[in-house]
Design a binder for this molecule. Structure first.
Ligand SMILES: [Zn+2]
Ligand SMILES: [Zn+2]
Length: 276
């Protein structure tokens, strides 16, 4: 597995490159904008072009993590419209910096997928139809209290996307564990991967998020912990690092860091140390 990390862009895209280098990440995940604001600010054309040219020299992949406000099952028309606009702006920005697409949280249950089926399909269709042809929408699994808690939710989203060649999923280890999928032992990890393959298809897994969990199995609480410091434990990260099926897949750390400054060198060294 390629070891990636979510890195800051405060001060511009060069910050992402600098932090990535300091912590020796092999791939980077960044926000396209402040995650709690609707407006996708992006960067100047010049800055985008410069970043696009330089990141490929040191990193295998860069991906966006969408803003936190988007919600495919939004209760109001206004919220849905804003979700659509934010996703369109994010996927339009992606190719400008050589990014393949955006991981994002599908949204609150608000009555569940079935109740919101038509509107979810409509938003996805509008987003895909109004963005560059290769920009991908990547649905992330959730910790269990929002859409994506079950693998079936992600499969539904993929299967109901108007262009299946442009969608994928992101599996977050903390979210999987919190939503009730035990991945802490070799057997349970293999069983989870088998389920992912059966329900979604391994070829749909675009990337992973590598986070230990502060809370226990099935507690449905989304609190990330440093690798090996949480309730999942270190073993699963060893399975992921050495699983041939993920050889060319990136896993991004979104951990608090040992100094509370986000993904750090120590977490990356732990993961590198697990490689056989
Ligand atoms: Zn995540
Ligand atoms: Zn999370």
């Amino acid at each position: 597995m390629i070891i990636g990390a979510h890195v800051p862009t405060a001060g511009g895209l060069k910050t992402a490159l600098k932090v990535g280098e300091e912590i020796q990440a092999e791939a980077l995940q960044i926000f396209p904008s402040a995650p709690l604001q609707w407006k996708i600010r992006g960067w100047s054309d010049e800055e985008c072009a410069e970043f696009k040219k330089s990141w490929q020299k040191k990193y295998k992949q860069v991906v966006f993590h969408g803003i936190y406000l988007t919600n495919l099952a939004g209760a109001s028309a206004e919220n849905l419209e804003k979700t659509k606009t934010a996703l369109i702006e994010t996927l339009t920005l992606a190719p400008k910096i050589g990014v393949v697409g955006t991981v994002f949280h599908p949204g609150t249950y608000n009555g569940g997928i079935k109740k919101n089926a038509e509107q979810i399909k409509e938003v996805i269709k509008a987003v895909l139809e109004n963005t560059p042809a290769h920009s991908m929408l990547i649905y992330e699994n959730s910790a269990g209290s929002t859409i994506g808690g079950k693998l079936e939710d992600l499969a539904w989203l993929v299967n109901n996307s108007s262009d299946k060649s442009r969608v994928g999923v992101c599996l977050d280890t903390c979210h999987a564990f919190a939503s009730g999928y035990d991945i802490s032992t070799k057997n349970s990890y293999e069983e989870y991967i088998k389920q992912v393959d059966k329900i979604i298809g391994l070829e749909r897994v675009f990337c992973w998020h590598l986070n230990d969990s502060k809370f226990g199995l099935g507690e449905k609480r989304d609190r990330h912990e440093n690798i090996g410091e949480g309730k999942i434990g270190t073993d699963v990260f060893g399975y992921l690092m050495n699983d041939k099926r993920w050889e060319n897949t990136a896993g991004y750390l979104e951990v608090p860091g040992f100094e509370d400054k986000g993904p750090d060198l120590k977490n990356i060294e732990i993961l590198k140390g697990l490689r056989k």
